[in-house]
Write a protein that binds this ligand. Structure first.
Ligand code: AR6
Length: 176
């Protein structure tokens, strides 16, 4: 586990399953249609129950780079923030991943949440390179936390040791 402080917020890197996190919200690596498929979304669907997909269907969808909120169903987290990352190769991927991260943080603040957990958005089924994703997601989050926010904790929950190591190395290079 790695922890750094950015103003009033703790930024944490941990290895684990995002669906087990007790933060106010967990972020889903979603698609623009808000249809919960495999990877993180599949785990959320299985553990959270059908209510989350039903709420997504009511919302209908969002743009790539966007983020919407539903309740957390049967999950420990009270909310799921569905962030739509880019598919690698579709164009403008860096900006879209930055927006997906930034919009998730904004949605958390708009809903008065104190803590949020992120997966490595787009780096599974969507094929975004992990190192590049770690640089974009961490830089965007750190910049955001230097501004006005009520968030007390932002966790990056990485599924395997390799991904955790990449995020750790990126954070170290940022010399916080
Ligand atoms: N906890 C934490 N990280 C996880 C978990 C978990 N339970 N499961 C997978 N990961 P992905 P994407 C990691 O594929 O690339 C779905 O079909 C995984 O190792 O979940 O944005 C959606 O419905 C990888 O590093 O998301 C979309 O259509 C990261 O989480 C599409 O896949 C993201 O992998 C989204 O693809």
């Amino acid at each position: 586990m790695v922890e750094v402080q950015i103003n009033k917020t703790v930024l944490e890197l941990i290895q684990g399953d995002i669906t087990e996190q007790g933060t106010d919200a967990i972020v889903n690596a979603a698609n623009a249609a808000l249809q919960l498929g495999g990877g993180v979304a599949g785990a959320i669907r299985r553990k959270g129950g059908p209510k989350i997909q039903e709420e997504c269907n009511k919302i209908g969808g969002t743009f790539v780079g966007g983020a919407v909120i539903t309740t957390g169903g049967n999950l420990k987290a009270r909310y799921v923030i569905h962030a739509v990352g880019p598919r690698w190769g579709e164009g403008n991927e860096d900006e879209k991943l930055r927006n997906a991260t930034l919009n998730s943080l904004k949605v958390a603040d708009q809903n008065g949440l104190k803590s949020i957990s992120f997966p490595a958005i787009s780096t599974g089924i969507f094929g975004f390179p992990v190192k590049r994703a770690s640089e974009i997601m961490l830089k965007t989050t750190i910049e955001y936390l230097k501004g006005k926010t009520g968030l007390q904790k932002v966790a990056f929950v990485l599924f395997d040791t390799d991904t955790l190591k990449v995020f750790k190395d990126t954070l170290e290079k940022m010399k916080i």
